[in-house]
Design a protein. Sequence first.
Length: 289
Amino acid sequence: MIPGNSDTKDGLLFCLPFLLVFGLFLVFPMLFGFFISFFDWDILSTRRWAGVGNYIKLFKDASFYSSLWHTFLFVIVSTPILLVTGFLMALLVTSNSLYRGISENVFFIPYILSITVIGTLWAWLLQKNYGIVNQFIQVCGGKPVSWLTETVPAMWSIVITTVWWTAGFNMILFSAGIKQISPEIYDAVKIDGANYIQTVFHITLPLVRPATILCLILQVIASFNIFGQVYVMTGGGPHGSTRVLVQYIYENGFKYFKMGYSSAMAYVLFFIIMIISLVQYTVLGREEQ
């Protein structure tokens, strides 16, 4: 640092607005949420100390377990589909195809739309009586499917909607990884006689491994936090078969005003996500080395 230079002071002053907003809208709510998880509180009355009572209660709550299972099920089903779809999209938009430019825009545009728009759109498309999907099925000689009112189709409807909405984000990450691969490598494997499929599996996939790890970790975190699609499309139905943990947290906090209980569940979800993310990073990072 140059003597008499106030770079550090100026830097702190420039960072101060961000730090204030960050502390006010992220750090403080997180700490306060953890604090109230040890109380019984309905916002309107005085907080009553409950200790770890809320945490003990949730582990005896059958609805908590079912909501957590639905969340795990969604993560297990949707994550591989989203990764594969994003990678296939990236292959197309980084190829020499004449449609690569328009494809990139078409694949990414859904991601910039709000979840309310996405959920409403797909709820209309999948409506049993007049939805376009069932109309097409009937034209092909099939019978209408109760996409949003039967247990198995309802979960798959949410998965399909999520893939259509968010696969474009994974495409961008995979595309960035593919574009970093030197063209000389592809030229060399062509000279060696490798076909396109062999090139993808033996060159592209291994070299985009860092992007794959990043996509996997981000996707698992995002899938565990699923809420909007379920809330807009099925409301957690039919019979609670698609109710995920974030929705159950929301219902307890803002419908039944059990703020302490909902905060306890939120922190259990936080620790689950943190542990899984750390395990993924540790295991995959070690393999990368």
